[in-house]
Design a protein around this ligand. Structure first.
Ligand SMILES: Nc1ncnc2c1ncn2[C@@H]1O[C@H](COP(=O)(O)OP(=O)(O)O)[C@@H](O)[C@H]1O
Ligand SMILES: O=P(O)(O)OC[C@H]1O[C@](O)(COP(=O)(O)O)[C@@H](O)[C@@H]1O
Length: 321
């Protein structure tokens, strides 16, 4: 089993509403609502811990409402290395309709300053000194006050520790992350389109953009495209996966589940095919309900069986730079 540190710079309490159909400008009454400690690194930690890995969670947490996070961390059995900052962690609303459509409303988050960023770096360093870590994942958006230059510096510092650095972020932060060539990056097709300079609306474009991402220095280039599946390019080749058909109830957390599934496979020395199949099936499992994927679901073996994984021919990844 691996020891992984996940860093969520801008965590959130996810408030998930289950609606028949969203009516804009009207009072909507939810059939079910759920508040859960979340944010990308927290979700990844939840999955990894459920798979038996040793996880340290870090980042910034609002001091005034960290109760649900403390409870969640206890329940998950992870080490809490979050730096507390004054204020409240944001609440992100997730409006899931019966059709499977989800509307996300993500708050800006709590502002952080240079002293808090320094405090986070020293907390991380302490954790790394306490016990060796197999991978560091930095996931999610940037909180107000953390400039892109400071983010690049932060990532550069983490990369210099020599621990494989995984990054899952979006927008300008993603472009800056790619610049420092981390071990792995997992954008979705909308997020990578900004970097690729075109819409990644077909398979060929997705393969080409993921190949370029790998050629730009990203060891494990992973592109997810919802129900269309995943493209993965690394030094050993390229693969694609297609998830099984599932009834999508809530897609929030699918990307995080996928990232956790990949870390699990790679650190369990599973084959590339096996790793991608597992991560894809687990992320498909997650969209059937609120929250992250559950590898202990009764029919998980069937989901694995119905997940298609295929090695892409070498010509797909050559000569595209
Ligand atoms: N509707 C769906 N049906 C089956 N699997 C899905 C569906 N949506 C997402 N997934 C799975 O979750 C993975 C991540 O979802 P995606 O939407 O691409 O990421 P993100 O949540 O980061 O935007 C996909 O690659 C796929 O394996
Ligand atoms: O930091 P961001 O980009 O605002 O994203 C935070 C949101 O992403 C999530 O981690 C879900 O991410 P995915 O759907 O990509 O797995 C939510 O829990 C959280 O509200």
């Amino acid at each position: 089993m691996a020891r992984v540190m996940t860093i969520t710079l801008n965590p959130a309490l996810d408030l998930a509403f289950d609606l028949e159909e969203l009516a804009l400008g009207a009072v909507n009454r939810s059939r079910h609502a759920q508040l859960e400690a979340a944010g990308k690194g927290v979700n990844v930690a939840r999955v990894l811990a459920s798979l038996g890995h040793d996880v340290v969670v870090s980042g910034f947490l609002g001091r005034d409402n960290d109760g649900p996070f403390q409870l969640a961390f206890q329940h998950m059995g992870v080490t809490d290395a979050f730096v507390r900052v004054p204020g409240e962690t944001r609440i992100n609303a997730k409006l899931a309709e019966k059709s499977g459509r989800v509307t996300d409303i993500n708050g800006p988050g709590i502002g952080v300053d240079a002293a808090q960023i320094t405090a986070l770096l020293s907390t991380i360093e302490q954790q790394l000194n306490n016990a060796s870590v197999d991978a560091i994942l930095v996931a999610g958006s940037l909180p107000p006050g953390l400039s892109l230059a400071a983010f690049s510096e932060f990532l550069t510092h983490l990369k210099a520790t020599g621990v494989p650095l995984w990054v899952d972020t979006s927008g300008e932060a993603l472009l800056h992350a790619i610049e420092i060539a981390p071990e792995a990056v997992k954008p979705n097709e909308v997020e990578l389109a900004d970097w690729a300079g075109e819409a990644l609306d077909n398979h060929a474009k997705r393969v080409s953009a993921t190949t370029h991402l790998h050629q730009a220095g990203v060891g494990q280039a992973l592109l997810s495209a919802g129900a269309e599946g995943v493209i993965w390019v690394n030094a050993s080749g390229a693969w694609q996966s297609t998830p099984p058909h599932v009834q999508a109830a809530n897609t929030v957390g699918a990307g995080d589940t996928f990232v956790a599934g990949m870390l699990h496979g790679l650190f369990s020395q599973h084959s590339s095919e096996e790793t991608l199949r597992f991560a894809t099936a687990l992320s498909a499992e997650s969209v059937r309900h609120v929250g992250v994927g559950n590898a202990h679901a009764n029919d998980f073996a069937l989901l694995l069986q119905r997940t298609q994984v295929q090695r892409l021919p070498a010509c797909s990844t050559e000569g595209t730079s």
